[in-house]
Design a protein around this ligand. Structure first.
Ligand code: GLC
Length: 433
């Protein structure tokens, strides 16, 4: 109910701005959308001075004063940071893009911004522009770069306080939205001017004001229009947990595949925009020392398959360590996924989602006349395909061994020996034209 109300309020506040016009994506955006969907797999990176505390990216919200927290910046010197090594490891996983946290809710900027001194160049001894190094490394490895940008700022006094980050010592009587809005737009302009093509801006934090008594006007549309003016091919996504607003080019889901809501952050309608689900490898986004509970490679492959079956991308997160390295377990998972995608990538990249709902045995992806059945339940011996799926032949994807098919009045039944205990046993069905 709260969500519904918030949706209505958000829609109203959008319409209250001058740019309420219906959004028509440009040809450049449409091309990026296509390319983005075909990629199917990206890596999210949450890295900032919060990594130093080893307690995730929300540490500043846990009762620390912003001035105490800021002291971590003075010690931020990640000796082992090497953007090329990150990019190589990520490329090796089969991921096709990286989404990096340029500035998280703590307000610390990871690039050479001129809009605030609270940044990697001015506030740390490291003095290296992380976004510059990362954008160069991405270009070398032919990875697309997306930038996460928080609408929230738990440190700046001009940010109108919402429902989070209330104990950081900011003056509760002062705020200056116009100043803060200008600051954000100036920062976004830098990001979209100085680092080459940015394929997407990934916003987060609108939910900070979802309990306001008077609807909060984020003035998103003029901000989105500015982004599209600066880089016409740049996609805009916003992790607001509700149905996309005018001006957005992708729809984001957090922790759940589209249509599911186990984490309590989703449940919104699925739009016709390209979809992306972000998910953690362990349980937290930013580096959290006590959280070593990583999902297995098999689980991650199955989650990728599931999202692809729903026609969505998977944005899988890593929280690099304070020394700048990716955690060894994360590297292991990247390798594992890369090995799998090297062999099976054509059943994932460039595919559409399944023509039928997820089944107890798994799901499907499709590329033209090729329908890939992803059997993630070992021991499966029979698969029923609905009658609108006209089967010409079926074979095991890896060995090309034919699979017995039998037509019934309810569709086609595939018979096979109990499928092996692998992350995903794939059968390729060739459809009749
Ligand atoms: C949530 C969290 C944020 C994280 C994001 C990633 O919005 O507040 O910390 O960056 O999810 O999906």
């Amino acid at each position: 109910m709260k969500k519904l109300l918030f949706s209505a309020i958000a829609a109203l506040s959008i319409f209250s701005t001058s740019a309420a016009d219906k959004y028509v994506p440009s040809e450049e955006v449409k091309r990026s959308q296509k390319e983005f969907s075909a990629d199917r797999f990206g890596i999210f990176i949450h890295w900032g001075i919060y990594s130093m505390f080893g307690q995730g990216e929300w540490y500043l919200n846990y009762g620390v004063r912003a001035d105490e927290y800021a002291k971590a910046a003075k010690g931020f010197y990640p000796v082992d940071f090497n953007a090329e090594e990150w990019a190589k490891a990520i490329k090796g996983s089969g991921a096709r893009y990286i989404c990096f946290t340029s500035r998280h809710h703590d307000g610390f900027s990871m690039w050479d911004t001129k809009q605030s001194d609270y940044n990697i160049m001015k506030a740390t001894p490291f003095k290296r522009d992380i976004i510059k190094e990362l954008s160069d490394a991405c270009r070398k490895e032919d990875l697309k770069l997306h930038l996460y940008y928080s609408h929230i700022d738990w440190t700046r006094p001009d940010y109108p306080r919402g429902r989070t980050g209330l104990k950081t010592g900011r003056d509760s009587t002062y705020s200056d939205w116009n100043k803060y809005y200008k600051f954000m737009n100036a920062q976004l302009t830098e990001l979209l001017t100085n680092y080459g093509p940015i394929r997407a801006i990934w916003f987060d934090g609108v939910w900070d004001h979802d309990q306001d008594s008077v609807p909060f006007d984020w003035q998103l549309r003029p901000q989105y229009d500015m982004i599209h003016r600066l880089q016409p091919a740049c996609l805009i996504g916003n992790n607001h947990h509700i149905t996309p607003f005018e001006g957005e080019d992708i729809q984001i889901f957090e922790r759940d595949a589209p249509g599911e809501n186990t984490a309590g952050l989703s449940g919104q309608d699925i739009s016709r925009l390209p979809l992306e689900t972000c998910q953690t490898m362990n349980g937290m986004w930013g580096y959290k020392a006590i959280d070593t509970n990583y999902k297995s490679t098999t689980e991650l492959i199955r989650f990728l398959v599931k999202t692809a079956g729903l026609g969505a991308n998977l944005l899988l997160n890593i929280g690099p360590q304070p020394n700048g390295e990716l955690p060894a377990t994360a590297l292991d998972r990247l390798r594992g996924m890369g090995e799998w995608l090297k062999i099976n990538g054509e059943t994932i990249y460039g595919t559409e989602g399944s023509p039928f709902a997820e089944q107890p045995w798994g799901t499907a992806t499709r590329n033209g006349e090729r329908l890939f059945l992803h059997i993630i339940k070992p021991g499966t011996t029979e698969i029923h395909l609905p009658s609108d799926i006209k089967v010409r032949k079926a074979e095991i994807f890896s060995s090309r061994i034919p699979v017995e098919t039998r037509k019934t009045k309810n569709g086609t039944v595939l018979h096979m020996e109990a499928t092996p205990d692998v992350p995903d046993h794939i059968i390729e069905v060739t459809l009749k034209k």
